[in-house]
Write a protein that binds this ligand. Structure first.
Ligand SMILES: Cc1cc2nc3c(=O)[nH]c(=O)nc-3n(C[C@H](O)[C@H](O)[C@H](O)COP(=O)(O)OP(=O)(O)OC[C@H]3O[C@@H](n4cnc5c(N)ncnc54)[C@H](O)[C@@H]3O)c2cc1C
Ligand code: SF4
Length: 475
């Protein structure tokens, strides 16, 4: 082992510099700077090269982290990139937006006393360096195959599968109802976590490698699923989950109460230079408004921080549990706190006030009761604890469920779970329809980019095996 590893005993953890909260909350650029090469090498050298790498075990992609950290410490960045790209289609994206505190870094064995190795930041640095040096090349399959696949959804699940199948030489067609490639990475996740050119360059690279994109093409509308099944040798459904959970109660239909994804999509589109009428007329613009965001997950954090950047008069997050029980990444909660978001923990909306347009949220305080069957503490309202928060814009960020795909696709035989997610055979990734596979959020429910990539890769491997078998049978 080179003596430049194991430096954690002497070298403290150093994350990339974070822009000050006053400056960063004025724009939509990423908040973390890139490492300088010497910093990246030094931080990579903190890895203890332990025998049982829990970081790798807890990375959904099983990334070979200790080995690429060692290569990065030795400044062998091109090799580090090759190794990192062997298990991850989009390492620079995961390095930016994985909740590392719950995945790789949260399981680093030196974490207990020494602060974990900054795995995500080094991963990002390696691939950004690879792009700068022209080491990242479009796919060039060794041989072209006549068989073709249709992939529904250009999010991380669909794109990872597209790249894997293209490597095998299949003719890959990706259909998406959006006008841009990237799924939630382009229209959901804000630029301050993931700048859009980072997503766009991946889309371009795939197109340069021969992946054919059919954008503005909704399956179940512009084209039917059965048509795609006729056109292609295998089809992958990677459509994500988009049915927003709603809030009922008095006043829930007032103007100024909007779903989170409508709000974030409008902000992202505006940032990309699109004309968005509902933003231009103020409906989805938080400027000068008193904003209340209901919910406590990553989507809620993205909404509160977007509202601040749009110049809201005040931003309050209303969440029915406490900080320790927030479902989102604690790193993002901390970022939001630093930027000036006010958190109203242990409180839930009871009614929305106003005449035509919302002017306030009547809320009630909650307390955490006994754990339920799932082990999670139940929440119960505290009698007589009602209070009112003034609000001109209320954003509902309560999570997402799957759309009704059997109906949307006109395929009643497409089996779904009780939650409405697509049911698949766990080893073949095939749905109840022969030759139709599924991956990502539409199978797991709302999850993470890194899991969508993993599923897309696994589904692609299963589709390859299926098409090879079909070819052998036909021969
Ligand atoms: C606001 C927000 C913030 C998030 N932040 C993070 C984060 O910081 N880190 C993280 O890891 N994860 C985050 N996530 C979760 C992550 O974005 C998703 O888990 C991931 O994008 C799922 O990938 P997917 O490919 O399954 O689906 P998606 O990314 O949703 O892509 C599905 C694609 O399918 C298309 N589509 C849907 N229906 C049709 C149809 N009928 N015809 C044609 N096309 C269709 C959609 O237009 C879309 O492009 C966030 C999610 C949200 C909503
Ligand atoms: S993909 Fe995510 S979990 Fe895996 S090493 Fe990278 S940042 Fe960690």
């Amino acid at each position: 082992m080179p003596d430049r590893m194991l430096q954690f005993v002497a070298l403290p953890q150093q994350t990339p510099a974070k822009r000050g909260s006053a400056t960063r909350s004025q724009d939509f650029q990423e908040i973390y700077d890139e490492y300088l090469p010497a910093q990246a090498a030094a931080q990579a050298s903190r890895c203890s090269q332990c025998g049982v790498p829990f970081c790798q075990i807890h990375c959904p992609l099983g990334n070979n982290i200790p080995d690429w950290l060692k290569l990065a410490a030795e400044n062998r960045l091109e090799e580090a990139y090759e190794l990192s790209a062997a298990t991850n289609n989009f390492p620079e994206i995961c390095g930016r937006i994985c909740p590392q505190d719950r995945l790789c870094e949260g399981n680093c064995v030196i974490e207990k006393n020494f602060d974990s190795v900054t795995i995500g930041a080094v991963e990002r640095f390696i691939t950004d360096t690879a792009f700068e040096n022209g080491w990242v090349k479009p796919v060039r399959p060794r041989r072209e195959r006549a068989q073709s696949v249709g992939i529904i959804g250009a999010g991380p699940g669909g794109l990872a599968a597209a790249e894997q199948l293209r490597k095998h030489g299949y003719q890959v067609h990706v259909y998406d109802r959006y006008d841009r490639v990237g799924g939630l990475m382009i229209y959901g996740i804000p630029g301050f976590k993931l700048e859009k050119p980072v997503v766009e360059r991946r889309g371009k690279l795939l197109a340069d490698g021969g992946v054919q994109f059919h954008l503005n093409c909704a399956v179940g509308g512009d084209v039917a699923l059965h048509e795609l099944r006729g056109r292609h040798d295998a089809v992958l459904i990677a459509t994500g989950v988009y049915r927003a959970r709603d809030i009922g109660g008095p006043g829930a239909g007032l103007g100024g109460i909007v779903p989170a994804l409508d709000y974030l999509t409008a902000a992202n589109r505006t940032g990309l230079g699109d004309a968005v009428p509902a933003f231009a007329d103020g409906t989805l613009d938080a400027r000068a408004k008193r904003v209340v965001v209901v919910g406590g997950g990553d989507t809620a954090m993205d909404c509160v921080r977007t509202a601040l950047r749009q110049g809201a008069a005040s931003v309050t997050c209303l969440y029915r549990r406490d900080r320790a029980n927030m479902p989102g990444s604690l790193r993002e909660v901390k970022n939001a706190e630093e930027e000036g978001v006010r958190f109203q923990w242990l409180a839930a909306p009871e009614a929305f006030l106003g005449d035509g347009a919302v002017t306030g949220v009547r809320a009630v305080k909650m307390h955490l009761g006994l754990p339920d069957a799932s082990g999670r503490q139940a929440v119960e309202p505290v009698a007589g604890s009602g209070f009112t928060l003034p609000a001109d814009l209320v954003i509902k960020a309560l999570g997402f469920d799957p759309e009704d795909l059997p109906t949307a696709f006109g395929e009643p035989a497409l089996a779904v779970s009780r939650r409405g997610t697509l049911s698949i055979d766990p080893s073949s990734f095939m749905t109840s329809l022969a030759g139709v596979f599924a991956a990502g959020d539409i199978v797991r429910g709302a999850s993470l980019v890194v899991w969508a990539i993993r599923d897309g890769r696994d589904a692609a491997a299963a589709m390859h095996a299926h098409m090879q078998r079909a070819q052998q049978l036909a021969a």
